[in-house]
Design a protein around this ligand. Structure first.
Ligand code: URA
Length: 432
């Protein structure tokens, strides 16, 4: 096989075989295929696409470039979820102890935040002592014993994706549907779960800005997962406004505990319950999605899973006493209030601006090397559809002076107050 022939094949829009895709990924991972040929190939894929079979071959070849977790020592159906990234997205922190409490097994690898989106691992690190790296045996034992564990993604998972993603970043080939879908799915398939729910965010604060793109990505990822023998469901959830009220690492842990205690925000509770419904059904714990959804809602409302969260934190070395006194998670930050400049109903916000503002305050990173401040962030006092009165506080910035001026500017221009009450559609579609 010759890389030039394969680049030509894709350049003319032809379909590549499994063997050809595997040749490219193996060759590139080993350094036999140089960056300039891979760049040319990626651009050919960008323009001519790949169908579901080719995308599956690509995802599997990238999965097989490194370690594929063997979770068969964990009894029962292993479940996992993945979010394409949003602002204030703390779903995993609530979902992990909740599904574990309800009898499922969740063995999860999560990422760090980059740019305007946060990462579960950074959020967990705002709990003193919490270990985000565990030896594989300990990770599996913990899931067997308490039902859940969340660790950072090991460097050995899908190394081909890491190398290709870095190249895509500098060759303007990130925003290609088959490349995004196979990149995400290669890591999910390597993480060893049997059933996966993909939370595909759509809207200004998300990677996918339109419903059409989010649907195409979802369908392709579900296809890849199914062809790889997994049970996969995708849900399209709105990222027109941040999820919940709090954005920032420790602040999001605070809100997750509130949700597990039974008084969390409506939108967060809803997204968690929809994902839980699908996962419990896939794990055979309930007969139907509806039963799992209702079980999630009542369990959250009754605050029954909060002790499972403390058990999970304790098992990974986190200081449970520290988080039980929730106000510790508010830190010693300074506060700046943003007030409404007119009365009416909150009609629109710019979710992306909230993510960028949190990053400017220090809650997120511009580059992988940046250090973050675990306690800064935003607290949204109003959500879309809420009534607002002139002079009322609509958002509180938790800050340490850094980036404050930029953040205020971004937040002030993010609010649109109108005269009609608007209902935001949170769950846009379910793709199975
Ligand atoms: N997330 C990934 O893991 N890969 C992509 O290509 C895009 C988002």
């Amino acid at each position: 096989m010759d890389m030039i022939d394969l680049i030509n094949k894709k350049k003319y829009g032809q379909k590549l075989t499994n063997e050809e895709i595997s040749f490219i990924i193996k060759g590139y991972t080993k350094g036999i295929i140089p960056d300039y040929q891979m760049s040319s190939f990626l651009m050919a894929v960008y323009f001519n696409g790949m169908d579901a079979t080719e995308s599956t071959s690509l995802a599997m070849a990238m999965r097989d470039s490194g370690e594929v977790l063997d979770l068969k020592d964990i009894k029962g159906t292993k479940v996992d979820k993945h979010s394409t990234g949003g602002v204030g997205d703390k779903v995993s922190l609530v979902l992990a102890p909740l599904v574990a409490y309800l009898g499922a097994k969740l063995a999860k690898m999560s990422g760090r935040g980059l740019g305007h989106t946060g990462g579960t691992i950074d959020k967990l690190e705002s709990i003193p002592g919490f270990k985000v790296e565990l030896p594989l045996n300990q990770f599996k034992d913990q899931v067997n014993q308490i039902g859940c564990a969340i660790v950072g993604q090991s460097g050995d998972i899908a190394p081909a994706d890491k190398k290709i993603y870095a190249l895509r970043d500098v060759t303007a080939t990130v925003d290609s549907m088959p490349l995004i879908a196979s990149s995400i799915m290669s890591k999910k398939l390597a993480s060893g779960a049997d059933a996966i729910v993909l939370d595909v965010k759509v809207g200004s604060g998300a990677f996918m800005k339109t419903k059409e793109d989010a649907m195409s990505l979802s369908r392709l990822m579900v296809d890849i997962g199914k062809q790889a023998g997994k049970q996969v469901t995708a849900i399209l959830t709105s990222m027109e406004e941040p999820l919940g009220h709090k954005i920032g690492n420790a602040l999001e842990v605070y809100e997750s505990i509130e949700t597990l205690e039974g008084h969390g925000p409506k939108d967060l509770t809803e997204v968690v319950s929809v994902i839980t419904g699908h996962l419990l059904k896939a794990a055979g714990i309930v007969e139907s999605f509806e039963a799992g959804y209702e079980l999630s809602k009542t369990t959250l409302a009754e605050g029954k899973a909060v002790d499972k969260f403390y058990e999970f934190v304790g098992a990974q070395g986190g200081d449970v006493a520290f988080i039980k006194n929730k106000k510790n998670l508010l830190g010693n930050t300074k506060r700046h209030e943003i007030v409404a400049t007119s009365s009416g109903y909150l009609e629109k916000v710019d979710a992306l601006n909230f993510g960028i503002a949190a990053m400017k305050l220090g809650a997120g990173r511009m580059t992988k090397e940046d250090k973050i401040d675990l306690f800064v962030g935003l607290d949204l006092k109003k959500k879309i559809g809420d009534e607002v009165k002139i002079g009322e506080v609509i958002c509180i910035l938790h800050h340490q002076d850094k980036g404050l001026k930029d953040a205020i500017e971004l937040i002030e221009k993010s609010y649109v107050i109108g005269s009609e009450k608007r209902e935001l559609k949170l769950i846009e579609e379910t793709i199975v």
